[in-house]
Design a protein around this ligand. Structure first.
Ligand code: ADP
Ligand code: MG
Length: 597
């Protein structure tokens, strides 16, 4: 059986881990990094880079650099307008109704971009293990809706990964804790990343993790901290130089880079210098930006963001019915949890020192790998009692939302609802399924209109259709229905509209697989050519040094072979042709050597 990999597919950074002889291990990527920026860059001539290289070229190519794509996964274009401003690349409405990134003559959906990141992680794992990887466990924020989970699973499929399970990020962190400590405690998982914030209260035991409550904000993260600094820097520059840079993409990207660097530096130093030479030029010549920021000022600026996370903590404790004093340990997760002010405020909120035993960048991927190890049977099973973080319900008369499975219900969860017709001989019934907490149906996230068709004709109200709503262990919604009339249970067809059809997802998967094979072919071709090239060079050297020692007839044969080799290198891209040539030249070289000795 091949290895199942665990992946933390982050807004900002992604991490891949596996279980090796019972212990988690982080996969190192091609660049030697333990984390891979979730960034994809497209060059003008169609080349594609993923990870560090893409992140590094962001400020020179902001329009061709796609980051934070997770914010758009499985969300309709219209709902994403707030986030559109945050990214420096253009977004259009894709055919699937989501945001799409236009690159050349194509529009990439968030699933496809995420798939490119997953593909890179998959390849690193394959290089490390020397085997083909086909299965994965992927983590998502706890409050991801069914649609967003579906989009994540699709991204896996496109990358050639069968996503066996989707688990919530805080649950993954709790799993890592269980694996490490094997003791009964009540923990809080505080995860402050680049684009999202999550807080969960989890009860853990030797082989159980029960999530009691999760709260969060999927539009709050380190990027918001950076944005505050960008606005501050922009204000300084505009005041000093009287230049409006609000539409200057490259300038804004440089400000964003500088802001993030300054922020990180302030996690260890008390003051930082920001120096941006040649930020812009006008008729007076080049304009520079120079500023100093101390930790105190920084903390005042970002206090509103930190406050928001602390408020969410209080709400999560309330949801779980737990007093802060009853929390035994706080596990800090996510890059932004490294900000000293964040640590200090969380310590105050829970009234205890923080657990710093886990690497905040890696603990989620470690948890995903542990779940993968459990699925493989390599690790002892841990019962995960996870909860749904959004109420699941249907639209009823008056456009109201009727919850069927309330939030914080333990997964998997199920609820049955009897549905009937309102007019005589009605053959179809539409059920609008939503997730959220709002009274008005339209203020919640729509999962789609489920159409029940093939209902036996009859008087209004006489059909009795049993509709079963379920949320599985991956937090994904399943709806099934049966027509119960006259005691006969009949299956009813359900039409579920999603962002992208199964067919489209599979078409993209095949495309990626073909591309991968082509890339593999390219690599092989390059290897062959390189082999021939060095063989030619060494035969030429032999000829140069020992021309006089070789027989005339021998010489012309060798020279002909060299010529043939040079021609083939120029013209042929036929693999079997080049393989044959390589073998022929190898024989030729050893023959020449045998003549000389
Ligand atoms: P995500 O889960 O969104 O992928 P991460 O957990 O990788 O994100 O966190 C990334 C965020 O953490 C970025 O906003 C980054 O600027 C921030 N970050 C990383 N290191 C530090 C640090 N030392 N101090 C402050 N912020 C940091
Ligand atoms: Mg994260």
């Amino acid at each position: 059986m091949s290895t199942i990999i665990g992946i933390d597919l982050g807004t900002t950074n992604s991490v891949c881990a596996i279980i090796e002889r019972g212990e988690p291990r982080i996969i190192i990527n091609e660049e030697g990094g333990r984390t891979t920026p979730s960034v994809v860059g497209f060059s003008k001539n169609g080349e594609r880079f993923v990870g560090d290289i893409a992140k590094r070229q962001m400020h020179i190519n902001p329009e061709g650099t796609v980051h934070s794509i997770k914010r758009f996964m499985g969300r309709p274009y219209e709902d994403s307008t707030d986030d559109l401003r945050l990214v420096g690349y253009p977004l259009v409405k894709a055919q699937s109704g989501e945001c799409g990134v236009p690159i050349g003559d194509r529009v990439f959906t968030p699933r496809e971009i995420a798939a490119m990141v997953l593909q890179k992680l998959k390849r690193s794992a394959e290089d490390f293990l020397g085997e083909t990887i086909t299965e994965a466990v992927i983590t998502v924020p706890a409050y991801f809706t069914d649609r967003q989970r579906q989009a994540t699973r699709d991204a896996g499929t496109i990358a050639g990964l069968d996503v066996l399970r989707i688990i919530n990020e805080p649950t993954a962190a709790a799993l890592a804790y269980v694996h490490d400590r094997k003791q009964n405690s009540r923990i809080a998982v505080y995860d402050f990343g680049g684009g999202t914030f999550d807080i969960s209260i989890v009860e853990v035991g030797e082989n159980i993790a029960e999530v009691r409550a999760t709260r969060g904000n999927n539009a709050l993260g380190g990027a918001d901290v950076d944005q505050i600094l960008v606005e501050w820097l922009r204000g300084l520059f505009e005041k000093e130089q009287q230049i409006d840079v609000s539409k200057e993409r490259v300038v804004l990207q440089r400000l964003r880079d500088a802001a993030e660097r300054a922020k990180m530096e302030l996690s260890t130093s008390h003051s930082t210098d920001i120096h941006l030479p040649f930020l812009m030029a006008d008729h007076r010549g080049p304009r520079h930006l120079q500023a100093t920021l101390d930790r105190n000022t920084f903390e005042q600026m970002i206090a509103p963001v930190v406050d928001q996370t602390i408020r969410e903590c209080a709400l999560a404790l309330q949801d779980a019915g737990v007093h802060p004093n009853d929390v035994d340990e706080v596990v800090m997760v996510g890059g932004s949890s490294r900000i000293p002010m964040v640590q200090q405020r969380v310590e105050e909120a829970f009234g205890r020192p923080l657990n710093k035993g886990f690497n905040p960048d890696e603990v989620v991927a470690v948890g995903a790998a542990i779940q993968a190890g459990i699925l493989e049977g390599d690790l002892k099973s841990v019962t995960l009692l996870d909860v749904t973080n959004l109420s699941l319900g249907i639209e009823v008369t008056g456009g109201r939302f009727a919850p069927l499975i309330p939030k914080n219900s333990t997964l998997p969860a199920q609820k049955t609802q009897l549905v009937s017709t309102v007019v005589d001989n009605q053959r179809t019934v539409k059920i609008h399924v939503l997730q959220g907490e709002e009274e008005k149906a339209r203020n919640n996230v729509s999962l789609g209109q489920f159409e029940l068709t093939g209902i036996q004709p009859g008087r209004a109200g006489s059909p009795r259709i049993r509709v079963k709503f379920g949320i599985d262990a991956s937090g994904m919604v399943q709806v099934t229905a049966h027509d119960l009339r006259s005691g006969v249970s009949q299956s009813v067809e359900i039409d579920v509209p999603t962002g992208m059809s199964k067919f489209d997802v599979e078409r993209l998967r095949d495309e990626v697989a073909d591309q991968e094979q082509a890339d593999e072919g390219d690599r092989e071709l390059r290897r062959l050519r390189k082999g021939i090239e060095s063989r030619l060079v060494s035969i030429e050297a032999l000829l140069r040094d020992h021309r006089g020692e070789l027989h005339k007839s021998e010489l012309s044969g060798i020279e002909q072979a060299l010529k043939r080799g040079r021609m083939a290198l120029l013209k042929s891209s036929d693999r079997s042709n080049l393989t044959d040539l390589g073998a022929y030249l190898e024989r030729m070289e050893s023959h020449v050597r045998s003549q000389l000795s």
